[in-house]
Design a protein around this ligand. Sequence first.
Ligand code: MSP
Length: 518
Amino acid sequence: MVSAGRPYFLTTPIYYVNDLPHLGHAYTTVACDVLARFMRLDGRNVRFLTGTDEHGQKVERSAQARGLTPQQFADEISGAFRQMGRLLNISNDDFIRTTEARHVRGVQALWRELERRGEIYLGRFAGWYSVRDEAFYDESELVSGPNGTKLAPSGADVEWLEEENYFFRLSAWQDRLLAWYDAHPDAIAPRSRRNEVISFVRGGLKDLSISRTSFSWGIPVPGNPLHVVYVWLDALANYITALGYPEAENNEFSTFWPADLHMVGKDIVRFHTVYWHAFLMAAGLEPPRRVFAHGWWTVEGQKMSKSLGNFIAPGELVDKYGLDPVRYFMLRELPFGSDGDFSHRAVVGRLNGDLANDFGNLAQRVLAMINRNCGAAIPEPGAFAGADERLLAEARGLLDRMRPLIAEQVFHLALETIWRVVAEANRYVDEQAPWALRRSDPARMGTVLYTLAEVLRHLAILTQPFVPDAAAALLDQLAVPSEARGFADLATALPPGRSLPAPRGVFPRFVEAEAAAG
Ligand code: MSP
């Protein structure tokens, strides 16, 4: 059924293997996972791609420092990223590594196509390069560092580089890029990033060096193996090589390209909206439909960095707070696109407030009352009163309110929209006081509890993309069969009479270790 839907292709950046996974990688990946799950539940034919970026001087140097070959080193760290995916319950359909044969072949084919179209020439490069960013910088972009040194705008070290390089005729694409951005107003988000990209391109584009000769850990340039392909041309191509490019007919490429969404961090927007679009257009391919650049997390108010020792490993977070609370927090706390701070206090606030108190308690109260007072089965409702109808209408309207928010990646508002109904439902419980109806009007109690169970079913189905395990546990407790949990099933109300298992809490409170000990 699902594969019959309209295709939806989304990607995370592929992660450099010079470092172990941390909070930043987890964030991008979880955001994509939420989208992939949402679209699948909404009947789309989803292809969700992630992977690792394994070539380049940075990886070569990190491997040397560990006394490993680059391939051994890449194997090890790529494995850690796959492990991160399992840990975070990521539902990717594919995982690409740039050292795989399918990718190498595709990159070389793309190179040849660009060459055939006259987009590549051999020249001499002299300029600044940052190995950490794997990026070339103009003198005018550099900032001054300590003791008169020069640094990249990102703060990374730069080195002077002079070598024979192949160049891509980026300068020739300025007008066509601007025309494309103009014709596709939603293709770069949020708006502030789009403006940034447009003003960068308006400022003029220089031809881009796309090969290197001073190291060898990369994909050999077809026809001139003294050169390896520039790591960003290599890396960006993963989005098409994973779909089988250069084969382009009757395959995944023809089904899924152009991508619906490349999710990236704000630091790599230029690569994904200027260079990538120019490469694609130059090769006669369509640019992706949308690139969304999210913000960066600081940790307890500080930049995450190895030297500060505040690198957060995804595993630590999951051990401490549980997986679903971490997923929820990441997407609820920040307006998606803005920067924000990851603090213990903020996580505990969300966990004990939104999850344990608001949603968890609602579910627990309703399920416990049904268990105790309705023979542990979904009660038969009588005629619905105005208050019941109003609450049910709120729940039934949720999906339509969420779709445009998810389509624009405003996750925090999508969650806020759901939690408004959680709050309404809690108010309704207090007003209707079903516990008091048990003696005075048991039939009315049945209608109230039925209404609440049906609202809970909506809430659980719609929160699945964000908190998949907790939502599944809740749906189990409502005895909703696993094949009736898609968004299309929202329209079919809970059948009365179904027996329910014993209720158990799905969002436990976080108790501070010291407090628990004392
Ligand atoms: N390999 C390139 C991407 C190539 S895609 C064709 C790369 N890799 S990375 O591992 O350095 O970064 C991957 C992502 O992690 C980026 O989107 C980056 O923005 C994100 N983050 C890194 N640190 C972050 C935070 N502190 N907070 C949020 N996201 C951050 O770039």
